[in-house]
Design a binder for this molecule. Structure first.
Ligand code: GDG
Length: 737
């Protein structure tokens, strides 16, 4: 029975030491609740750091045993590892860069990176003591970006999901990190990569396709080995818990105490971990402005500000804490009256019941991070509003703002706007409060943490099935052997070979992809066998194929079938086709060349191709989309076909395609072995046109009409070489006979 293994930096447990004993208590954060239904079952486990340094082996053994009772498995880290991997690399490189604070807070130290790699390997080693092929592993967050690939390398046959809890920044930010490729390669070890928002998904795809030699189509990344799905899974909370807490007696009691403090005043609440990304100082500035501008607010409103201690041994965080202390002191000293304080600031955490009482009492919840992956506080506030009242003010920089669209959405940098939003919130009529709160409560209830876990796990299963269905079509050893057997038994064969991407790899300059010695030798051996008709069928110009292959014994087809050349004869072109349409289309393409630096037009006899492989990444795709729209009607009027390929858009005569060209060679001939290799959209026409008995092979693992696929041109060459060896083998047997 396959297991599910959860992996995160921290285990969901609190450990404290009394004398010689360790006391363990489960910490019931949202994630732990959501994943509880998984890791507590059967042989499933959660792997992570227990949160304290334990040096003695005996103590490690004791704690390991105690954790086992809770289905938890420890990765023990020493203080130096914590300093460099966690405080250093995770929190002084990844956290600031991913939250757009690279220039202010990021420091790139080689030793931190070394520790980051070493600790990720330490996690891998613990996983390897437990995981077996077929298991499902779900890895969490930015501390473990390298782990998916490290695990994949050791056990290829596992399902790996990865979820990033913080934002994924734009490529412009991410590229600053000296180890950017390694980090992305690490993440691509996963089968499914989950992020909070669609913007994060776009940023991740953008960075990956710009930095690594991989391609993406919609939200699927093809690495040649596997297809990896990248999707947004906005994280939810344990909504039932937050909706039921206000009904508990102890919570009701605390609500009364808080209300008595305030008489009829309005209570504004903010709750954050101590972090510069949470916009605490900016929020205080907006609150101060409000006190300056609104005399009626004096004695009638109060900001309850809870800041939970976090990372305050790091100098930047200690500094932030001092700044907050100063600012709060300053505001209170100016505006405080004998029996009223504008800000109630708490630098500590509270029991969940107190938090719930605050959520229940607060008229306004002020959530104004400068950047936040999701922000669960906003959802917890919404879930706690069982009477459907209360107002949420939400920064547009938090992932949650994409879902909680009925909140008052603000730009946290705009002090005036935040100040106005608070005024709007404290004066909002009850009707409007309800109109906004009801849909938000419904959303938070539906997309709760269990739902999040379920859809992620279901999707991971689907991704694996999709990969496996492709896998069955990969030319395995057995399939390869049976193709070779069929080849050796047949006497009249035709072999269709596409060129770019099939026999040679993709190059950024088209003229660079010239044939090498190995390729010429394979072609020569294949064509030497009189039973073989070898056909090179390409979209390239006939002049180009002529230069490279006129001396071979291949049948050459250029420009998707516009030009033909039998071995030993001259080129001839297909008759009766018009190329008059080019006069209208060419000028249009030229305007795109003028507007898109790096793009150019290639003119063929019956087609025009707009190439953008040298254009700025992203811009080319954008313009290609525009051009496609522009050409749509014109093309159908003129009997033209538009083909969007790999960094090209081709406009060609509809009557020409590789499929038709291939059929002119096979129809009426009794070939007993038909095989076709191709890598792109134009080769699909051949795959579809050839008879059912043909062997069709796509190069690359994208969806295709072909029966099988090979990963790359090297695998194609290997199979063709096996054919040529067959030929020699047969001969030698014949000789022996
Ligand atoms: C990261 C991402 C993303 C706070 N004070 C107390 C307390 N809390 C709890 C809240 C909430 C949690 O802490 C804070 O979660 P957030 O989502 O707001 O922020 P991060 O800690 O930065 O979390 C974030 C999240 O991961 C999940 O993917 O949303 O964007 O930065 O649950 O209730 N809990 C108790 N007492 C407190 O005083 N008991």
């Amino acid at each position: 029975m396959p297991k599910t293994i959860i992996v995160s930096n921290r285990l969901p447990v609190k450990i404290s030491k009394t004398d010689n004993d360790y006391n363990l208590s489960s910490s019931e954060g949202g994630l732990a609740t959501g994943l509880g239904s998984i890791y507590k079952q059967g042989d499933n486990v959660w792997i992570g750091w227990p949160g304290v340094e334990i040096t003695e082996q005996q103590d490690k053994d004791t704690v390991t045993k105690q954790l086992k009772e809770l289905s938890l498995v420890p990765v023990f880290l020493d203080q130096e590892e914590i300093n460099q991997y966690y405080e250093g690399f995770s929190n002084e490189v990844l956290w600031p860069v991913f939250h757009y604070y690279a220039s202010t807070y990021a420091t790139y130290k080689q030793s931190n990176w070394d520790f980051y790699q070493a600790v990720n390997k330490k996690f891998r080693d613990v996983i390897l003591t437990i995981a077996e092929p077929g298991d499902v592993i779900w890895i969490h967050d930015y501390q473990l970006l390298l782990l998916p690939a490290l695990v994949r390398h050791e056990i290829p046959d596992v399902s790996i999901g990865f979820f990033l809890h913080i934002p994924f920044p734009s490529h412009e930010m991410f590229r600053l990190i000296p180890w950017r490729s390694e980090l992305l390669e690490g993440m691509l070890g996963a089968d499914l990569i989950g992020l909070h928002t669609f913007d994060d998904v776009r940023h991740f795809l953008g960075a990956t396709t710009r930095i690594l030699p991989v391609t993406s189509s919609a939200n699927i990344i093809a690495t040649g080995e596997r297809s990896i799905v990248v999707e947004s899974f906005p994280m939810g909370i344990d909504e039932q818990k937050y909706a039921s807490l206000p009904l508990q007696d102890d919570v009701k009691h605390q609500v009364e105490l808080i209300k008595n403090n305030f008489r009829d005043g309005k209570l504004i609440l903010s709750v954050d971990r101590l972090d510069y990304s949470k916009g605490i100082l900016q929020r205080l500035a907006a609150f101060e402005l409000l006190l300056q501008l609104c005399p009626e607010c004096i004695e009638n409103i109060a900001l309850y500000m809870i800041v939970v201690p976090s990372r305050d041994t790091v100098p930047q965080y200690a500094h932030l804490r001092d700044e907050i202390d100063k600012k709060v002191g300053n505001i209170n000293s100016i505006y405080r009256t004998m029996d009223w304080s504008p800000i109630h600031y708490y630098y500590r955490s509270f029991p969940l019941e107190t938090l719930s009482a605050l959520y229940t009492t607060a008229d306004v919840c002020l959530v104004t991070p400068m950047r936040d992956g999701m922000n669960l506080v906003s959802k917890e506030y919404v879930a706690s509003r069982v009477n459907n009242d209360g107002v949420l003010i939400m920064s547009e920089m938090a992932g949650a703002s994409k879902e909680l669209i009925d909140a008052i959405i603000v730009n946290p940098n705009n002090t005036g706007e935040v100040c106005r939003a608070i005024l709007q919130a404290i004066n909002m009529p009850l009707d409007e409060q309800k109109k906004r709160m009801i849909p938000m409560r419904q959303l938070v209830a539906k997309f709760n943490i269990r739902h999040w876990v379920k859809i992620f796990m279901d999707r991971l299963k689907e991704v694996k099935l999709m990969q496996r269905s492709l896998q069955t079509r990969h030319v395995s050893n057995t399939t390869e052997q049976s193709i070779i057997n069929r080849y050796s038994k047949t006497k009249k064969r035709i072999i269709f070979l596409d060129y770019d991407g099939t026999l040679v790899g993709f190059r950024s300059a088209i003229e660079q992809a010239s044939p090498d010695k190995e390729l010429y030798s394979i072609i020569q051996k294949l064509t030497e066998d009189p039973a073989n008709q070898v056909v090179l069928i390409s979209g390239r110009k006939h002049e180009n194929l002529d230069e490279w292959f006129q001396h071979t014994d291949m049948y050459l087809i250029a420009e998707h079938g516009s030009w033909f050349k039998q071995p030993g004869t001259t080129w001839h072109r297909i008759a009766g086709l018009s190329d008059q349409w080019k006069h209208d289309i060419y000028p249009l393409l030229e305007t795109y060349v003028d507007r898109t630096p790096g793009s150019f037009i290639e003119e063929k006899t019956y087609s025009l191709v707009w190439h953008y492989r040298k254009a700025q990444a992203g811009l080319g795709e954008l313009r290609a989309g525009e051009l496609m729209n522009n050409l749509k009607y014109l093309a159908s009027d003129k009997g033209l076909q538009l083909l969007a390929g790999d960094k090209v858009l081709e406009v060609k005569n509809m009557d020409i395609n590789k499929g038709k060209a291939a059929l002119t060679l096979t129809e009426g001939k009794e070939y007993d072995f038909v095989i076709a290799f191709g890598d792109d959209y134009t080769d699909e026409d051949i795959f579809k046109a050839l008879p059912e008995s043909a062997i069709t092979i796509k190069v690359g693992s994208n969806i295709s009409a072909a029966k099988f696929y090979l990963r790359n041109p090297q695998e194609v060459r290997k199979l063709l070489t096996s054919f040529t060896k067959q030929h020699v083998g047969q001969d030698s047997r014949i000789l022996q006979d």
